[in-house]
Design a protein around this ligand. Sequence first.
Ligand code: UDP
Length: 149
Amino acid sequence: AGKYSTLGAMPTERTFAMIKPDGVRRGLTAEILRRIELKGYRTVGLKLYQIPRETAESHYGEHSAKPFFGELVDFITSGPVVAIALEGENAIAGWRSMMGATNPANAAPGTIRGDFATSVGENVTHGSDSPESAQRELALFFAEGELLK
Ligand code: UDP
């Protein structure tokens, strides 16, 4: 048991990923699913989904006091999203790293937001930021029978 004993034993996680309405409208769905497949995450749930307003308000509950909350809920319910359940080693941080920074101006080239977005409001994708939010968001967007075991 040395310094490197945990290498190769990273946690298998599930995370909630989403292609937001701007990504669907702009025809980026196939490109984003392609990147997920090439990265090697397993897709264990996948659906095109029109988010009900209450679900959107609950999903973004932590931002309910922010000035942009109303616009954010309007935007995320403005058209269908692609809801994705991903599984893989360190999938939570890994998917967020593939998305890039929230503000596309700070998102590195090669990331989804760095390559495809210019606006903080319409930044193409979502990803859970912790194991707790992953669990909460997966349960909010998928019924149990919709996720592979
Ligand atoms: N957002 C916004 N204006 C802001 C900050 C955030 O419209 O000033 C939106 C943006 O779409 C972002 C979402 O709110 O993706 C959630 O914000 P968060 O800080 O959780 O960023 P994320 O986890 O999506 O990178």
